[in-house]
Design a protein around this ligand. Sequence first.
Ligand SMILES: Cc1cc2nc3c(=O)[nH]c(=O)nc-3n(C[C@H](O)[C@H](O)[C@H](O)COP(=O)(O)O)c2cc1C
Length: 185
Amino acid sequence: MKILNLYGSLNGQTEKVALEIEKEAVRAGHEVSTFNLKKEGILFELLDYDLTFIGSGVYTWLPGKAVQGWIDRQLMHARDNNLILPGSPRIPGKFACVYCTYAGPHTGEAEAVPAIKYMGQLFDHLGITVADEWAVVGSFVPKKMQHFNTSGRLGDIEGRPNADDLKQVRGKVAGLLGSLEPCMV
Ligand SMILES: Cc1cc2nc3c(=O)[nH]c(=O)nc-3n(C[C@H](O)[C@H](O)[C@H](O)COP(=O)(O)O)c2cc1C
């Protein structure tokens, strides 16, 4: 499969997940292009890829600014090229996997859901099937916010995503790639 691996990461937490995705997909023999959306700020022809991963940290229940900005630009590009059709017909063999890292300090996993759904809508509008959605726990990095890592709805999330979280990510990547193999056209 030709895989696009996109992420936005303010403090490096989502980047840890994105790099595991790259590692596992390459190990499984796929062609992977990884981009940090903050650094690159560029547009992609999403339909050139069989599978796109997109991930972001969660900021006030939504993806971070780098990812939101990229979605706005990508949406404008899609509209300019008439790629968004009424009913958003499914395009065979085109998939996305949407994930976030989040800390859920106030309402727990509910804070991850809007961010994941927001990112997924870009792909859904284009007819790209969102094949999987992941919410990965990611602790607060800024010192002045670290008290949330032990006082929030998720309990003690210090040091996450940890080695076990990243192992689970690799397992999910392998599972997803295996499940999509028969759908490739
Ligand atoms: C300023 C700030 C605001 C945040 N807001 C939320 C939030 O509303 N909900 C949440 O679940 N996590 C929130 N977090 C935690 C981050 O989503 C989490 O640490 C994430 O793993 C960061 O990923 P990144 O470093 O890749 O951007 C916030 C973190 C910071 C620094």
